[in-house]
Design a protein around this ligand. Structure first.
Ligand code: S3P
Length: 449
């Protein structure tokens, strides 16, 4: 439940070399799914390495409200005693998903085909975000939703009493929408089919298969077609959550722009649906290598090594890569400020409906720090000023968006003058140990006041 406390102003300034290991927390996307699928299986699921950020803790509370027993065993280990597909109880209170679009959309999907009614709300950021993209397909299963104008939270969803399976082509590239439909399909008889034109993160499909659901993914000319057989008995699992590539992005990018740095970020999930940033950074000339490449829990994993890269070049990021790095554009734009020449990012309309409008939020702060940025509805261009060329000196607004706050704090590490962020409290949603982790590496990032 972020955004309920007082703002936490933060500052970052030019730092000496960053060095050492950065043990980033568990993957946020995988953590949400582990809790939800654990709640939908019969018996005890054990999870290790769960991200204990606010977003995921809100999902854990929600699963308890729907009747699952969710227990914190300490040290990132959790157990979920699930109620089975179709076994959700009706919550006796409003489900507060805090800042988490993933949490609310996946949970709406998971409950939409059970005979229960639930009311959802969130913080000021989440309550502005579009929910019709999820409630439209859920209506096809027979669920009903009533929310505020524009399909926004707070919203009540009445689960379908007699759900029917659906065939749905996702109109925007969104793993959340795809996942909501698949989770709803679990309690519909027959086959639910989801079609996505652009591949988005596939953690739901992988985890559903792990829990014993029958899913088939076909790659076709029209995109990916995912077929799920309804009403499976999900079998409880042991899940080791990989470390989050989206969190790894921050120490990696910090090392690239900070003189003399050499940082290792071990055990990062490099699922191709998530690794687009690292490909882009290498194209920019970043000294970024994968070491000790291996497979863990069916996912490709490697240790990342990032070293100071004084001669980064601006690049054109292919639109087809957008989904695989959608959460990384804010920090990419910070790195792009230190590159030579323009970095062009197209096909990124979705950035406007994240925790904040991420194009406007970054463009405004970057301009205030002396960087030229051009933008249109679904594109933006950051004109890099080269190493040592970014003035900084501004206070940037985080707009209740963890990734915006962290991106500006990374920016400040390479600027001539310090960069302030008006409110770093949202960082706790996805990366609660960001500040001590970055400080230990040698970054001068701290709270003010
Ligand atoms: C997520 C999907 C993405 C991403 C979000 C996590 C997920 O959102 O931005 O941080 O776990 O499914 P969209 O599905 O809206 O693209």
């Amino acid at each position: 439940m972020s955004g309920h406390g007082p703002p936490v102003p933060m500052i970052s300034r030019k730092s000496g070399p960053l060095a050492g290991n950065a043990d980033v927390p568990g993957d946020k996307s995988v953590s949400h799914r582990a809790l939800i699928l654990g709640a939908l299986s019969v018996g005890d699921t054990r999870i290790t390495g769960l991200l204990e950020g606010e977003d995921v803790l809100d999902t854990a509370r929600a699963m308890r409200a729907f009747g699952a027993e969710v227990t914190d065993l300490g040290d990132g280990a959790w157990s979920v005693h699930g109620v089975g597909v179709g076994g959700f109880a009706e919550p006796d209170r409003v489900i507060d998903c805090g800042n988490s679009g993933t949490g609310v959309r996946l949970i709406m999907g998971a409950m939409a085909t059970s005979p229960v009614t639930a009311t959802f709300t969130g913080d000021a950021s989440l309550n502005k975000r579009p929910m019709a993209r999820v409630t439209d397909p859920l209506a096809l299963f027979g669920a009903m939703a009533v929310g505020r104008s524009g399909g926004r939270l707070p919203m009540t969803v009445v689960g379908a009493r007699a759900p029917v399976p659906v065939r749905y082509e996702v109109p925007v590239p969104s793993a959340q929408v795809k996942s909501a439909v698949l989770l709803a399909g679990l309690n519909a008889p027959g086959e639910t089919v989801v079609i996505e034109r652009e591949a988005t993160r596939d953690h739901t499909e992988r985890m559903l298969a792990g829990f014993g659901a029958e899913t088939v993914t076909q790659e076709t000319g029209e995109g990916r077609i995912i077929t799920l057989a309804g009403r499976p008995e999900l079998v409880p699992q042991q899940i080791a959550v990989p470390r989050d590539p989206s969190s790894a992005a921050f120490p990696v990018c910090a090392a690239l722009i900070t003189e003399g740095s050499d940082v290792r970020v071990p055990g990062i999930g490099l699922n191709p649906t998530r690794a687009g940033l690292f490909t882009t950074l290498r194209e920019m000339g970043a000294a970024l290598s994968y070491e000790n490449e291996r497979e863990e829990g069916g996912e490709p994993v490697a240790d990342l090594r990032a070293r100071f890269s004084p001669a980064l070049r601006g690049v054109e990021v292919p639109p087809a890569r957008a989904a695989s790095m959608i959460d990384e554009y804010p920090v990419l734009s910070a790195v792009a400020a230190f590159a030579e020449g323009p970095t062009v990012m197209r096909g990124v309309k979705e950035l406007r409906v994240k925790e904040s409008d991420r194009i406007t939020a970054m463009a405004t702060g970057l301009r205030d720090c002396g960087v030229e940025v051009e933008e249109g509805e679904d594109w933006w261009i950051v004109h890099g000023r080269g190493h040592g060329g970014v003035p900084g000196g501004a206070t940037c607004a985080s707009h209740l968006d963890h990734r915006i706050a962290m991106a500006f704090l990374v920016l400040g590490l390479g600027c001539v003058r310090p960069v302030r962020v008006d409110d770093g409290s949202p960082i706790a949603t996805s990366f609660p140990v960001f500040e001590p982790l970055m400080t230990r590496l040698g970054a001068e990032i701290r709270r003010e006041g």
